[in-house]
Write a protein that binds this ligand. Structure first.
Ligand SMILES: [Zn+2]
Length: 436
């Protein structure tokens, strides 16, 4: 079968109950791996919406290269979704297989699956209730992410306890809360997300997700509000035309915000602080927690993926160890990160083939020191890495051999979160532990 989308040609298609998945040869395994999840997600969304299942399948396009995805984004969104991991347009779904096209494996529930179910939710709304996309991103994005999580969770109610992708929304909002920098719900509803800087945008996506998640909470005490929110969504879907965003905001605030008590703002703060979630905060691209406590991190060539442990390190001393396996070819680096004090501030030791580097991230990556070694990382295989940070001094060990030391001249390294990560490939970490 052949189908042209602009200059992009998908050679193969796979038909499921509710989807037609178009994929290049390189992504055949991923197309099949996503099929069942996609069907169960659509089934679940249709139930939520109390509508018949779609008679015509939803088209899903998987892209096995950055270039092909960018061409599709240019064609369908005038480039607006170029750097997104996926988008939905005209009730079709477009997914860039990330972070490593031709290598990323669907099935162990990471970013690819989370993005896929999110975009499917948008696509179903676009087909059945096209007016909904005008309701405001705080609502459309919140619903897509909250419903996506429930689709990923399957028989479990939620997925944030095991998935860094969903837990990271909590970590971000918690950090903004403790810094006194969380926008109000009204601000969330009135600022346009795409115009905002990366972090602000990400924070608002996260907040929208958690707001909807809270309103739809399965907790018995939330039954009445859950039903009220369901009715509100239905009513928005039934609106005939603009100004839908204004109407959605006004109706929502009249329904859920009792101005005398301000229960929604306070309720959200409490909800976000109390939920049990996975401790790993995902930075950059993909972080997955596999069974048996194994953490998979995966990032493309010039990208980073780091799993930060959300537990703070309060002392300037840290000993961090981890075992890891390099499981993809290419110039892959293993990272042990430390001293994360905010969204855009951390250090990391990068163990590469032939060199060890110390990198500072403060919104941009700066190389502080690179040491060339004869016994670096092998391209595939199991290694043991360790760093010791003591005041202004850091020492790194690879396979029990001291391979790197550095002394910071302008005072001690800051105390903060630590983590494990990768760039340019896929690594599996286990027995990650800190001493001191
Ligand atoms: Zn979205």
């Amino acid at each position: 079968m052949q189908m042209g989308i602009g200059t992009v040609v998908h050679k193969n298609s796979l038909e499921t109950n509710y989807l037609r998945i178009w994929y290049p040869n390189s992504e055949m395994a991923n197309a099949f791996a996503l099929a069942e999840l996609g069907d169960s997600a659509v089934h679940r969304y249709a139930q939520n919406l109390q509508v018949e299942l779609p008679a015509d399948p939803i088209n899903v396009h998987l892209f096995g290269s950055r270039l092909d995805f960018e061409r599709a984004a240019d064609l369908h969104t005038r480039g607006a979704s170029r750097s997104a991991p996926g988008f939905a347009k005209g009730s079709e779904v477009f997914i860039r297989v990330l972070p490593l096209p031709r290598q990323t494996v669907a099935g162990d529930q990471g970013m690819l699956e989370c993005v896929f179910v999110h975009e499917l939710c948008h696509a179903l709304y676009q087909r059945l209730f096209p007016v909904f996309r005008l309701a405001g991103m705080w609502l459309t994005e919140g619903v897509a992410e909250a419903w996506g999580e429930r689709a990923i969770a399957g028989p479990d109610a939620y997925a944030a306890q095991r998935h860094p992708w969903y837990a990271t929304a909590f970590h971000l909002v918690r950090e903004a809360l403790s810094a006194g920098a969380l926008p109000s719900i009204l601000e969330l509803q009135t600022r346009r997300f795409p115009a905002l800087p990366h972090y602000e945008r990400f924070l608002r996506y996260s907040m929208s997700f958690l707001l909807v998640r809270m309103l739809e909470s399965l907790h018995p005490a939330n039954a009445a509000r859950r039903e009220l929110f369901g009715g509100f969504l239905k009513q928005i879907c039934g609106l005939k035309g603009p100004p839908i965003a204004r109407k959605a905001r006004a109706d929502f605030n009249a329904l859920f915000n009792d101005p005398s008590a301000g229960p929604l703002e306070e309720g959200l703060r409490q909800y976000v602080s109390e939920e049990k979630i996975c401790p790993w905060h995902m930075f950059g691209w993909d972080v997955r927690v596999l069974d048996e406590g194994v953490i998979a991190v995966e990032a493309a060539d010039r990208d980073d993926a780091i799993a930060f442990h959300a537990q703070e390190v309060y002392t300037p001393q840290l000993e961090l160890r981890a075992n890891f396996e390099v499981c993809r070819r290419g110039i892959c680096r293993a990272h042990l990160a430390f001293g994360r004090t905010s969204w855009n501030s951390h250090y990391c030791v990068a163990f590469g083939p032939g060199s060890i580097s110390l990198i500072q991230y403060d919104g941009e990556f700066r190389l502080l020191e690179r040491r060339y070694v004869s016994t670096g990382l092998s391209r595939a295989g199991v290694h043991r890495a360790r760093i010791v940070v003591d005041g202004s001094h850091v020492e790194a060990f690879l396979d029990e051999e001291s391979v790197f030391t550095y002394r910071k001249t302008d005072g001690p390294f800051p105390a903060g979160q630590w983590g494990v990560g990768a760039s340019g490939g896929r690594l599996l970490f286990w027995d990650v532990a800190q001493a001191f």
